[in-house]
Structure formats: structure tokens, C-alpha cells
Write a protein that binds this ligand. Structure first.
Ligand SMILES: Nc1ncnc2c1ncn2[C@@H]1O[C@H](COP(=O)(O)OP(=O)(O)OP(=O)(O)O)[C@@H](O)[C@H]1O
Ligand SMILES: [Mg+2]
Length: 366
């Protein structure tokens, strides 16, 4: 038995190691030896790109994205109209080719792209620029041209390049990383689409540092949309969306109140806040020393002032085999107050100013 287990472990370890080496070694081997081998190389690049195709819809609906009405509308127009009403686009009226979504961190740029992937009837390619640079050293440009070619072949399609800023060199062409420069050039060429049919390929890109994009890249985007911090109404909606159907006793005016108190919060700040609030009922239950038994036989934590309170803890109830009968109290307004009191917005005033200045110069409000 012992011997059998040992050899089984050895086999598993060897398989994992081999697999690891194959994966690690593959790009390097082909990058050097098979250069110019033609088709097999292209097939391999394409196989790599296959993982960039989003086959399963991410399940983020338009309605899950709070606020950003005009950004949503512009995207809907861009992905829906050309496919369903191609005859609208005659003469010089062309479908949108490329959208740049920019704005402070955590405002929903990547999230919005997920909604596009879910809602659009197009093939969706999602690549992050840092991936392009790091994963395919030496063959990134060919990867980019294959990406665009695949997108054209499976049109209508959308190419989403997240964090496109990581392609831009740090100030001054000299310092620019060679790989990113070549990828950037190839993207420019492909987006220009000379002699190619780019009509049914929409490029979406996102960045939270729009100023770091160089002018050439910036110009390729015919629509640049500011994804700003959520306004009062959007914040109110977000608290609701993130809470979902988790038991709570918040009223409409409580949600309004939360929205007022979270001025300056980004969507992701609100998501973080709600996640933390979700734990408040758990903490309350864990720390309670009084519980009350409901008519249904459930045990709910309570204060000592409750007339029928029993002096007992969660652990003691569990020890009596009643773990399943312990019921978390609903989330209350006070739980939110507690969490909000210790949370600060992550986007600073100066961050915001940068984006507002960029909007005045090059963009439009989302
Ligand atoms: N408008 C929004 N509506 C609903 N949820 C949002 C919204 N904005 C942000 N969120 C929440 O915050 C999370 C983070 O947002 P996301 O990753 O899209 O930010 P981002 O703008 O891409 O930030 P970064 O610039 O750092 O990449 C989302 O997964 C979502 O839960
Ligand atoms: Mg993002």
C-alpha cells in the first residue's frame, strides 16, 4: 500500500513538472527555432489567441452598470446598429471604429466592457496589454496582427484592450520598452486598417492614465469617453445592486442617505464597502452573548434588554447541535454607518483633476 502510494505521487509530480516545462518552454522554442516556419507558427499563435476569445458571456448586464448612461448608450449604438441596420451606414456615415474609455480607477471601465461582452452579439476578444508585452516576447506584433485578422474573420467582433496605457513608454521614446513600442506600432497599423476590412471590428480600450497615451494612439480612437465617478443616483443604485437579495431592512430613504454619505466614492469603493457590510451580521452573531429563539425554532442574536433573551454564545449553541438553527440578523442602516465611518474614497482630488482636464482637451462626458 505504502509503495503504491509513493509511486503514484511520483507519477503525479513528474506529470505536473513536465506539463510546467512544456508550457514554459513552448514560446521560447518556437520564437527562436521555428521562425519563418510559416503556417504551424501561425496556427500556434492563433491557438494562443484562442484564450483571448471570451466564449462564455460574463453575465454582466447593462442594468448592472450603474450610471454612465451616455457611455452605455454610445456603446449600444456602436455594437447594435451596424449589425442590425447595416444599410444605415451609407455614404460617409461609418460605424464607430474605436472607443477609448478613460477615468479614475474603479469606476467601471473593465466592468462596462464585460457588459458589452455579455450583451453584444459579437465575438469578443479580451486582451490586456501587459499580457501582450510579457507573454509573447519577441512575437507580439505577429500576435497583434493575428488578433486583428481573427477578429475580421469572425466579424462582427470586438477587441477589448484593457490597460492600454501599459503599452506607452515612460516619457520619451528613448526609454520606451522595445516590445511595447512594436506592439503599439502594430496596433496603430491594424487600426488604420489600410486595405483591410475593419468595418465590423470595434476596438475598445480602457485606461486610467489617459495622458500617458501618446498622440498617435489617442488619435486612433474616434470616441473618447470619460468614465467618471458615480453621481448621487448612480451610487444609490450601486448600493442596491451590490446588496442584491442579501437579507436587509433598508428603506429607500436609507439608500438615499447612503448615497449622500458616499460622495467621492468610486464604484469599486462602494463594492468594497458593501462586501464589508455583509460581514457585520456575522460579526454580531459571533460576538453575541444573548440569543432569542423565534417561533420557528431559530436562534437570532439580540441585546440583553430582550425580555426572552437567553444568555448563550454561538459556540455553545453549536455545541448543542444547533449550529444550523442559528440565523444571521438582517443588514441594517447602522451596519453601513459603522463601515462607512472607517472607509475613505480611494480617488483623490488631484486624480480627478487630471481626468477632467483630459476631458476638456480631448474627450467627452460619459
Ligand atoms: N458603474 C458601476 N456600476 C456597478 N458596479 C461598478 C461600477 N463601477 C465599478 N463597479 C464595481 O467596481 C468593480 C471594479 O470596477 P472596474 O474593474 O470596472 O474598474 P476600472 O474602471 O476598470 O478600474 P481600473 O482603472 O483600476 O482598471 C466592479 O467589478 C464593480 O463591482
Ligand atoms: Mg480596469
Amino acid at each position: 500500500m505504502h509503495l503504491y502510494l509513493m509511486s503514484l505521487t511520483m507519477i503525479v509530480v513528474t506529470t505536473i513538472t513536465l506539463h510546467f516545462y512544456q508550457r514554459r518552454a513552448e514560446p521560447i522554442r518556437v520564437g527562436v527555432d521555428d521562425r519563418g516556419a510559416g503556417r504551424p507558427e501561425q496556427a500556434r499563435l492563433r491557438a494562443g489567441l484562442n484564450s483571448a476569445i471570451v466564449r462564455e458571456k460574463p453575465n454582466v448586464k447593462w442594468s448592472d452598470v450603474a450610471g454612465l448612461e451616455s457611455a452605455k448608450q454610445a456603446l449600444q449604438e456602436a455594437v447594435y446598429l451596424p449589425i442590425n441596420f447595416p444599410h444605415f451606414f451609407t455614404g460617409n456615415r461609418l460605424p464607430w471604429r474605436a472607443f477609448l474609455l478613460y477615468g479614475p480607477p474603479g469606476t467601471g471601465k473593465s466592468y462596462l466592457a464585460k457588459a458589452v461582452a455579455t450583451e453584444a452579439d459579437s465575438t469578443f476578444f479580451s486582451v490586456s496589454s501587459s499580457d501582450l508585452v510579457s507573454r509573447y516576447m519577441g512575437e507580439s506584433e505577429r500576435l497583434v496582427s493575428n488578433l486583428f485578422q481573427m477578429a475580421r474573420e469572425s466579424a462582427p467582433s470586438i477587441i477589448f484592450i484593457d490597460e492600454i496605457d501599459s503599452l506607452s513608454g515612460q516619457r520619451g521614446e528613448g526609454n520606451e520598452n522595445e516590445a511595447s513600442r512594436r506592439i503599439k506600432t502594430e496596433i496603430l497599423v491594424q487600426m488604420q486598417g489600410v486595405g483591410t476590412n475593419n468595418d465590423k471590428v470595434l476596438v475598445l480600450a480602457a485606461t486610467n492614465t489617459p495622458y500617458s497615451l501618446d498622440q498617435a494612439i489617442r488619435r486612433r480612437f474616434d470616441k473618447r469617453i470619460y468614465i467618471s465617478l458615480p453621481d448621487l443616483k448612480a451610487r444609490q443604485h450601486m448600493f442596491k445592486v451590490h446588496l442584491g437579495d442579501t437579507p436587509n431592512n433598508l428603506t429607500e430613504s436609507d439608500f438615499e442617505n447612503l448615497a449622500r454619505k458616499s460622495e467621492g466614492f468610486s464604484g469599486s469603493d462602494i463594492a468594497v464597502c458593501v462586501k464589508d457590510v455583509m460581514w457585520e451580521p456575522v460579526r454580531k452573531t459571533r460576538d453575541a452573548i444573548h440569543f432569542v429563539k423565534t417561533r420557528e425554532g431559530l436562534w437570532v442574536p439580540c441585546g440583553p434588554e430582550q425580555p426572552v433573551a437567553t444568555l448563550i454564545t454561538m459556540q455553545e449553541l453549536a455545541a448543542q447541535g444547533l449550529a444550523e438553527k442559528i440565523c444571521l440578523p438582517p443588514i441594517t442602516r447602522l451596519d453601513f454607518d459603522k463601515v462607512l465611518a472607517r472607509q475613505r474614497p480611494t480617488v483623490s482630488k488631484s486624480d480627478l483633476e487630471v481626468h477632467e482636464r483630459f476631458t476638456e482637451e480631448f474627450g467627452e462626458e460619459g
